[in-house]
Design a binder for this molecule. Structure first.
Ligand SMILES: NC(=O)c1ccc[n+]([C@@H]2O[C@H](COP(=O)([O-])OP(=O)(O)OC[C@H]3O[C@@H](n4cnc5c(N)ncnc54)[C@H](OP(=O)(O)O)[C@@H]3O)[C@@H](O)[C@H]2O)c1
Length: 275
């Protein structure tokens, strides 16, 4: 059956490969990117490969929370149902690490934007939808002061690993609190050192085939085995559901992430209203 699937960050790497795989299987794919020209090129290339493919494109820079809100509104305006949201967009290294909201861009794009987008698209996803959140083998204890932007982290890896544990923590926590009322929420490590722009630029290696990541995200989005896996973490390095970093299994620690994110988002919304 044809599904409607939003893949964030589908202009490159694993996201682009996933969009291609899903379109090849006949699904209706909502492409997303931050760069309008790159997004148009991706849509044109995919439409060239799949002339009957159902593809729509959405632009939003996910480091800016107002653009995340606008993306959710644009999607909801066009669709009254969304089967799967794949929160794939991610950032590791960039020259500008602090966003205009005063956040570390890794927390903004990799942790907060997916949370806000998930919250806003919850009515479209309903209880039968799925949210696939991109985690990583790199996970380290979250400093709440770094998440809020009060403390600046000095290296890319620390910021990235904290942002990826934070998304893994909120995935589990939100899955537990939403229960059967909400969509299945699953965190997935797509594999390590898959040869995307992020890996080439960040680690200076060619890396593996990004289709390894696309393959697991497609399975996570569509297969029966993931339908009842809400709250779990799939480690594609080990090729199985596995234990994430112990903080993500600590209910108290995980539960604290959500009010902290809500506070950050409320402060940003408030400052935008007063400007
Ligand atoms: N590659 C790996 O081995 C690996 C391992 C573990 C986890 N992951 C995760 O997998 C996901 C995909 O990464 P990738 O390796 O495929 O990297 P990538 O090729 O750099 O792709 C990242 C995607 O996210 C988009 N993006 C980045 N910043 C954005 C922003 N501010 N607003 C909107 N979109 C933004 C990029 O847009 P542009 O095209 O404009 O840059 C691109 O489409 C990430 O969440 C990453 O953390 C990857």
């Amino acid at each position: 059956m044809q599904k409607i699937i939003l893949v964030t960050g589908s202009t490159d790497g694993i996201g682009l490969a996933t969009a291609e795989m899903l379109i090849s299987q006949g699904h209706h794919v909502l492409l997303h990117g931050r760069n309008p020209a790159k997004l148009e090129a991706a849509a044109k290339s995919l439409s060239g490969i799949f002339p009957n493919g159902q593809i729509v494109s959405y632009v939003a820079d996910l480091s800016h929370m107002d653009e995340v809100e606008a993306l959710a509104k644009a999607v909801a305006k066009r669709h009254d149902k969304l089967d799967v949201l794949i929160n794939n967009a991610g950032i590791f290294h960039t020259p500008e690490v602090i966003t205009r909201d005063g956040l570390d861009v890794r927390f903004a794009v990799n942790t907060l934007a997916p949370y806000l987008l998930t919250q806003r698209l919850m009515p479209l996803l309903g209880s039968t939808g799925r949210v696939i959140n991109l985690s990583s083998a790199a996970q380290s204890t979250v400093d709440p002061a770094a998440l809020t932007g009060a403390v600046k982290l000095s290296d890319d890896f620390t910021a990235y690993a904290q942002s990826k544990l934070a998304i893994t923590m909120w995935s589990r926590s939100l899955a537990l609190t939403s229960g059967n009322e909400g969509p299945a929420i699953i965190a997935v490590n797509p594999g390590s050192m898959l040869g995307s722009k992020m890996v080439k630029e960040g680690f200076g290696v060619d890396g593996g085939d990004t289709r390894i990541g696309a393959d697991i995200l497609t399975r996570a989005a569509l297969s029966e085995e993931f339908a009842s896996a809400s709250g779990q973490y799939f480690d594609n390095g080990a090729k199985r559901f596995a234990a994430p970093h112990s903080d993500a299994l600590d209910s108290e620690k995980s539960a604290e992430i959500i009010p902290t994110m809500e506070m950050i988002l409320a402060e940003i919304a408030q400052s935008q209203e007063s400007n």
